[in-house]
Design a protein around this ligand. Structure first.
Ligand code: NAD
Length: 666
């Protein structure tokens, strides 16, 4: 057994490991605001010390108290493992269950410093999207996974491994819940408090469910969105100007997507570290710190129809105001600052340096809040001026419209609805989700690039066959995705494990997965594959301002679909399932779930694929159809014709004139 395996099997080591110095080279999470009372601090320390034997408490109590004071959280830095963090080929994990070994690889991939945003604080993306709350939880979880069998299930409560419980081979190996709280306790400050106490975490979507594959997923989603937004403005994408903000974890995909879509993009980013990282990666072509230089550069790029991504290292509000003042014609506008987390570092107010904002956030949280609100009002005012001149502005799922409206910005229409659409209302919902297309993904557990290349080729073949007879309604979506997968290898999008994303519908996902399973059985692909998806999908997420923003029957504030989805996946063959409060648009604003499925070439895997993927897509289509969405109605009727045992309740359509007349007569 090698040292890596020994360390995993040791779990929380019996002897205290050496304290680890705080590494200034790493991108660290911002200091969280002080939220706990003195009594609650006692509780937080008692909670943290639960993981350790009493004789270590004196040393650890002091250390954890210091962490709580300095960072607002207890991360237990001392317990960071000594081995490098990255996904290894599945055979290198100590295990009694191949499924559990695959999950270990997925966890390590999330935490890989090339992949994670704040790896030492176990934050994967979005500023607060956690996989675990502390390093003790990580170590204990890995030990459970390394020792469990296929007749046990590991239960995860917001990063805390509650334990292994007896189950059976067909049951999920892991059940994850993140941030599940009683609905009345779901305000942002409740998250701050529960998280500081060490009893809950914000799992975002793929962060807390071990399914984050680095920026590739978001590049694909953003490319589709920008391409379709450009189509809405008519004509070719070349020479169209797209302005937005954020070069962080997910938002950093915007310039790359802009280039793939063929537009001129300008992305503002206030944090030079984030901007330089994307520049060094080659994801953004030019960095500019001076608006006097940037404005002529934008004009030149638009005139020459260059395909280029420019970044402004500064506050996006300054950029918007300057564009509006100079009357620059902007075709497409959006924003991807982390407004799901406005008071704790997601959005930096105009007029303050990054450092000053960070200080205010921790030391004068109320003043900081007012500064953010004032900034959002200016932000929207400038966007409105450009939108009045023809810019198509859309909310890209970061709660921009929601938080701007709460800040009193001029972003509402007379009837109280938002002045601008969300990208799901206009693009992703009607063109993709309603037809069952969503962010299907897979990861090759051999970690061999040649296996990924073979899987890509299989996906192209399968999609080509389906596209040949696809109905008009979905032909465009099929074409865009075939183009994507053909280009994917060339675009070098793999960061971390050998993973691929592709938008596919139920038929596509199932046939691709069955083709992989067959290739594994024949030995053409050399190891198991993990299937999964982003939670940002047809059925996975109830989020009234994002995934379900194109639901118009009043049910968009319900969460039955997301909860049903996870339960249904759990008994139809998922290897792990997860359900989260919060993700994308903020704690308390969304319920979302996901799954992972290990396929290994067996008949069991083929059955899981057929049964679980069918439900995982058609649940949401059935709900969207019941909400009277045309595309979903078309898709579910098509599915019922293919699958006689599927019987879905279909809506009748009432004449609104009749209803209004009736009501007026009362
Ligand atoms: N639509 C989608 O599919 C989708 C997917 C993932 C994430 N999101 C949402 O998008 C948001 C961004 O996610 P992320 O992972 O990139 O977060 P992030 O925190 O890593 O990045 C946001 C970036 O915005 C910058 N920023 C903040 N305020 C700014 C300002 N005023 N001017 C210029 N730059 C500013 C920050 O410095 C940061 O680098 C989140 O709210 C997330 O939930 C949407």
């Amino acid at each position: 057994m090698n040292k890596f395996q020994e360390e995993i099997l040791a779990g929380i080591p019996a002897r205290l490991p050496q304290a680890k110095p705080y590494d200034p080279e790493i991108n660290h999470a911002p200091k969280r605001k002080e939220i706990l009372t003195d009594e609650e601090k006692v509780l937080a320390l008692k909670n943290a010390l639960r993981y350790f034997p009493e004789e270590q408490h004196e040393v650890l109590a002091k250390e954890f108290a210091q962490e709580l004071h300095a960072y607002g959280r207890i991360y237990m830095y001392r317990f960071r493992p000594s081995y490098p963090m990255y996904a290894r080929p599945i055979d290198e994990y100590p295990s009694k269950s191949r499924q559990a070994a695959a999950i270990m690889a997925m966890i390590q991939n999330n935490l890989d410093p090339r992949v994670a945003q704040h790896p030492h604080e176990l934050i994967i993306y979005g500023g607060n999207g956690a996989i675990f709350q502390n390093w003790a939880q990580y170590r204990l979880t890995m030990q459970y996974l390394a020792t469990m069998t296929d007749e046990q299930t590991l239960v995860m409560y917001s990063g805390h491994p509650l334990g292994l419980f007896p189950s059976h081979r067909d049951a999920p190996r892991v059940i994850v819940t993140n941030g599940m709280v009683i609905p009345n306790y779901s305000k942002p400050d409740d998250w701050e408090r529960f998280n500081a106490l060490g009893v809950s975490q914000y799992g975002q979507m793929t962060a807390g469910s071990y399914m984050y594959i680095g920026p590739q997923g978001i590049v694909h989603g953003t490319t589709i969105t920008v391409m379709n937004a450009a189509r809405k403005q008519g004509g070719a994408p070349e020479g169209k100007l797209f302005v937005t903000a954020g070069l962080g974890g997910m938002s950093g995909a915007q310039p790359k997507a802009g280039n793939i879509a063929g537009v001129v993009s300008v992305t503002a980013e206030i944090n030079p570290k984030a901007a330089e990282k994307r520049y060094a990666q080659g994801w953004v072509d030019e960095l500019h710190t001076d608006l006097d230089e940037l404005l002529p550069r934008i004009r030149k790029a638009v005139a020459a129809k260059e395909v280029v991504s420019l970044a402004y290292v500064g506050n996006v509000v300054d950029l918007w105001e300057r564009l509006a003042d100079e009357g620059v014609h902007v075709d497409l506008g959006s924003d991807q600052t982390s407004l799901h987390n406005p008071w704790a570092g997601g959005y930096y107010p105009v007029g303050y340096s990054l450092e000053e904002s960070k200080r205010m956030m921790a030391e004068e949280p109320e003043r900081f809040k007012e500064a953010v609100k004032a900034s959002l009002r200016r932000h929207v005012a400038a966007v409105n001026r450009l939108a009045d001149k023809g810019m198509y502005f859309f909310d890209y799922g970061n709660a921009f419209l929601l938080e701007s409206s709460r800040a009193g910005a001029d972003v509402l229409k007379a009837d109280g609805s938002f002045r601008y659409p969300s990208y799901v209302q206009d693009i992703m919902g009607p063109l993709y989700f309603d037809y069952g297309f969503g962010p299907f993904r897979w990861v090759c557990m051999s970690e061999k690039p040649e296996d990924l290349a073979k899987s890509d080729a299989l996906a192209v073949k399968v999609l080509g066959e389906i596209a040949a007879s696809a109905p008009e309604e979905i032909a465009g979506q099929m074409r865009d995705n075939i183009h994507w997968i053909e280009e994917a290898g060339r675009n070098n999008l793999v960061v971390g494990s050998q993973a691929r994303i592709l938008y596919a519908d139920c038929e596509g996902r199932t046939k691709i997965a069955l083709a992989f399973n067959e290739a594994i059985r024949r030995g053409e692909i050399s190891g198991p594959i993990v299937l999964g998806r982003d939670h940002h999908d047809v059925s996975g997420t109830d989020s009234p301002f994002r995934e379900t923003s194109n639901i118009y029957d009043g049910s968009r504030f319900t969460a039955d679909m997301a909860v049903q989805n996870v339960i249904g996946d759990g008994f139809r063959g998922a290897t792990w399932v997860s359900i989260h409060n919060g993700g994308g648009v903020g704690w308390g604003e969304v319920i979302n779930g996901g799954f992972g499925m290990v396929i290994d070439g067996t008949e069991d895997s083929a059955r899981h694929i057929r049964e679980m993927l069918f439900w995982d897509v058609n649940n949401g289509i059935a709900r969207r159809s019941w909400a009277r969405n045309d595309g979903a109605r078309f898709a579910i009727e098509r599915e019922m014709a293919r699958t006689p045992s599927l019987k879905v309740t279909l809506p009748n359509f009432a004449d609104e004139t009749l209803i209004r007349k009736t009501l007026n007569q009362l």
